[in-house]
Ligand binder design. Structure first.
Ligand SMILES: C[S@@+](CC[C@H](N)C(=O)[O-])C[C@H]1O[C@@H](n2cnc3c(N)ncnc32)[C@H](O)[C@@H]1O
Length: 260
């Protein structure tokens, strides 16, 4: 059976949480909470961009001190996020939305996006547009928090990610991963098989190709300099430790200082 090519995070949506089973979203949520509390005096309205199936938004909503809104490009991921919020009985709203085209009438105290989501922006000009667009949706004094993965992270993780497979009972998936160090592009390719619940036979096969750009810290700092933001901090990994050019994952904290 020929695999059908799909938009990213459509056929992957039902297997995403299985694929990420090893990720400790609760600790990641605590890290984001720590950053918000360290750098904002009265954070209330929080927007997560590229929230996927909502695990981080839900973990922050469980703290019961924020109004949480989560958005993602993929309506399939958002549907799962809504189901999870209702299952865990947490107050969080989820909407499909492109993070380059944020459209809310109200502004936020904090906007965040993590887990390499901005690495999908492969051009530096797109990353600058992302900064400009998010800035419009923040209150003065508000924070933008985003992480990005660096070439070191791609080089270190590619063997672990390659030839990875899993099973949800209803779906089987295979991932291959390669990193083009010259172009700084990380490719993850997924084949997803949908199984007949009665016979276990494959009834559909889907294929998604994900391309992400690895950014160095100096590249991102130079884009931030061109943006309307003030740099507050850059953290290495999951600690409040200053990032360096050698960091594998960097979490940036930027402040909106000027009213729009
Ligand atoms: C690696 S997943 C991370 C999801 C979630 N943040 C998490 O921690 O599990 C990347 C997410 O970025 C989303 N994404 C990619 N491009 C986007 C865009 N232009 N606007 C909004 N979301 C986007 C995808 O749909 C996907 O859910």
């Amino acid at each position: 059976m020929k695999a059908r090519h799909k938009e990213i995070y459509t056929s992957l949506a039902p297997v995403y949480d299985t694929l990420m089973a090893d990720v400790d979203y609760e600790s990641w949520g605590d890290f984001i909470d720590e950053i918000i509390q360290t750098h904002h005096h009265n954070p209330i309205d929080i927007l997560e961009l590229a929230c996927g199936t909502g695990s981080l938004s839900i973990s922050l909503a469980e703290l019961e001190c924020y109004n949480i809104t989560g958005t993602d490009l993929s309506p399939d991921m958002i549907e799962i996020a809504r189901d999870k919020a209702s299952k865990f009985e947490v107050e969080a709203e989820f909407f499909p939305m492109n993070y380059l085209d944020i459209s809310f009438e109200n502004k936020f105290d904090c906007i965040f996006t993590v887990f390499d989501s901005v690495n999908y922006l492969r051009e530096e000009s797109e990353l600058l547009t992302f900064l400009q667009r998010t800035h419009r949706s923040l209150r003065t004094g508000g924070l933008l928090i985003f992480d990005f993965s660096t070439p070191r992270n791609s080089m270190e993780s590619v063997d672990y990610l390659n030839e990875n497979e899993g099973d949800t009972g209803q779906f089987r998936f295979y991932r291959t991963s390669r990193y083009d160090a010259k172009q700084k592009i990380h490719y993850n390719e997924f084949e997803i098989e949908e199984l007949d619940p009665k016979t276990g036979k494959v009834i559909n096969t889907f294929f998604e190709q994900h391309k992400q750009r690895a950014y160095s810290l100096s590249e991102v700092l130079s884009i931030v300099e061109q943006s309307p933001y003030h740099l507050v901090a850059k953290y290495d990994g999951f600690d409040l430790i200053d990032a360096t050019e050698n960091s594998a994952r960097v979490t940036m904290v930027l402040r909106c200082q000027t009213p729009q």
